[in-house]
Write a protein of this length. Sequence first.
Length: 284
Amino acid sequence: MSMPNTDSLPLTAAAASTSTNSTSRNSLWWDAFRRFKKNKLGVVSFYVILLYVIIAALAVAGILYPDISVPNQADAYASISLSHPFGTDIFGRDILGRAIHGTVTAISIGLLASTLSLVIGLVLGSVAGYFGGKVDAAIVWLYTTVDSIPYILLIPSLTFVLGRGLINVFIAVGLTSCVTTARLVRGEFFKHKHRDYVMAAHALGANDRRKIFGHILPNVAHLAFVQFGLGFVSAIKIEVILSYLGLGVDPSQPSWGLMIDDAKTSSPVRTGATSRQRRCLCLD
């Protein structure tokens, strides 16, 4: 009986490893990463966002300005110094520290509101586009009604009813920002639900839930994630506007909108402090 040639085993393993690496480098994710590296503006933007995330993480961990909410009347409207690079506000709180902790509020609102909007939009758009008929008509009527009300009226009204606070702001923004995502996903489902891969899944006995969430949705989710990025920025802007109008987060919580509201009044006593606060917000 002839013995197997063991000398070829290492070569076979090496060839398999090379084939695996080659396959992974030819994947869509790797192709997207290569194209992203060539986009200089995108790379710079990524590092800017990463810097904001790091600053927010350090603020949450208590490394950067841990006592920012503690007032100190003795340091009210303090001038620029090493301990207060942008001075202090009327309560003696460091302006730069409040701007840094405002980053935490902004990122939290952006993530929570965009996630809620993404989930609601995906569910409504998927169900409407897949089933059609009366279900589609009811869902289209619902988000069209929401979309017909100006945001400048709808969101402040919801926050007025729910009350001030971080959770209520992200609920109000998330509930009213799902219309575009639902509309995009619905249109894509109309295109995909009669394609061959869905018909094949139906022939194999897949139920509606599996066809919606297991087959069609992964092929249209890229549009929803692009909308998630756009909604992230919009949610931050809406939170700043609401806080400026007095309908956003609690006054005890750092927010860029509250800082703008504090700095809007200029008087001979406050001119120096408010101008420094405006310059700090411009940097943000």
